[in-house]
Design a binder for this molecule. Structure first.
Ligand code: NAD
Ligand code: ZN
Length: 354
């Protein structure tokens, strides 16, 4: 069976294209309606805030992403919007990095689908189309702008709401928005993209569709992280998009599986967690890891070490079980017999190195 998947139908790309947001939203506005802008609170009172095209009853909701998105946070935000007493909004616009883009996706889904975000963590559990939504990345690498998932931590699991309804209706890719990202964050989130490419290209699920996107994305990552280019922000933004398209039809692999374990137990953020895990996976991705270290050297990045030292037996077991629970990622990396290769003990040994 070949997967038949949806992609984002409308995309605008280019420096300064954020200025066209007002026009884009105009055609979606109802006379008495309103838009909700969900914005990373790092932009509070900054220049981006002044450029957000708020009209009439529009609401601006700042979100905090010190912790990666939790299902409880989504439920809370949906409650806030419903309490406005204005009915459902005409649209939800997410402005920020992968966390904020995921929050805006989830909020727009939960405004129309009853219950808690926790109820929909999984595959194709959403049945009602979401509110019209627009995604505007201010940090590039995750591919959240193009993916059909929103990664959420619930009480029991860290798992996305995966569905065709999760996709943005419109994305606005303006490379000017990522120019002020602090260097380390720029690197970690950029490496998320590089690792998506390596895991996709080296995986057993690879096909020409994924390879075509993955090869272009990894080439752009090399230009961004190993060379010097005046238009590196444009390149990274497109690398993120292409990396997301590549994994859409293949899968990520061992690094993401292990980093999910790290993240669930230690709250380590996605980009840095992937870097910490990838650095210890030379046996699975020999060329990728060597090149990754070259990129770290080029940008003087030092990763935290020995994160898992001193964890309790129970915490390690939880990490192993979260990681090994991600069967498709392991199958992509190691093939159908992955369970004979990646035993709980081997996963534990890898995690203990991190
Ligand atoms: P992030 O959104 O968590 O943001 C990291 C930090 O950068 C935050 O402090 C934020 O305030 C700051 N920031 C964002 N834009 C900035 C800017 N322009 N200038 C200065 N600071 C800025 O980071 P991320 O790495 O983009 O996203 C990670 C999240 O994405 C995780 O929650 C992860 O689970 C999720 N993710 C989702 C997908 C998907 O397909 N949906 C894929 C990969 C990762
Ligand atoms: Zn990732």
């Amino acid at each position: 069976m070949y997967r038949n998947f949806a992609i984002v139908p409308k995309i605008i790309f280019g420096r300064g294209c954020f200025n066209q947001l007002d026009d884009i939203l105009k055609e979606k506005r109802d006379d008495n309606g309103y838009m909700v802008f969900i914005v990373d609170d790092v932009f509070t009172s900054g220049p981006i805030e002044k450029r957000i095209p708020q009209r009439g009853n529009d609401r601006l909701l700042y979100v905090n992403v010190d912790d990666e998105p939790k299902t409880t946070y989504i439920d809370e935000l949906v409650g806030i919007i419903k309490a406005y007493g204005l009915g459902l909004p005409d649209g939800v616009v997410g402005i920020g990095g992968g966390s904020t883009l995921d929050i805006a996706k989830a909020v727009s889904l939960l405004l129309t689908n009853p219950g808690s975000a926790t109820d929909y963590q999984g595959w194709d559990l959403i049945t009602i189309p979401a509110i019209y939504k627009v995604g505007i990345p201010t940090l590039s690498g995750t591919g959240a702008e193009i993916s059909r998932t929103t990664v959420l931590t619930g009480p029991e699991k860290k798992l996305g709401i995966n569905s065709d309804y999760t996709l943005y209706d419109q994305i606005v890719l303006d490379p000017e928005l990522i120019k002020d990202v602090p260097k380390e964050q720029w690197f970690y989130t950029g490496m998320d993209c590089y690792i998506h490419d390596v895991e996709s290209l080296e995986g057993t699920y690879i096909n020409e569709f994924s390879r075509s996107y993955g090869e272009k994305s990894i080439e752009l990552c090399r230009q961004v992280f190993l060379d010097e280019h005046p238009d590196r922000d444009d390149k990274l933004m497109m690398a993120s998009y292409f990396g997301g398209m590549s994994i859409a039809y293949s899968q990520v692999g061992a690094c993401h599986a292990l980093s999910y374990g790290l993240s669930f137990v230690l709250g380590v953020h996605h980009g840095i967690g992937c870097c910490i895990a990838f650095d210890k996976l030379e046996e699975f991705y020999p060329h990728g890891v060597v090149e990754f270290r070259e990129m770290m050297d080029t940008h003087n990045i030092r990763l935290p070490q020995a994160l898992t030292a001193g964890l309790s037996e129970e915490e390690i077991e939880r990490m192993v079980s979260v990681s090994l629970g991600l069967a498709p990622l392991w199958e992509n990396c190691l093939g159908k017999d992955w369970q004979t290769i990646m035993t709980p003990d081997r996963a534990r040994q890898l995690l203990l190195k991190m």
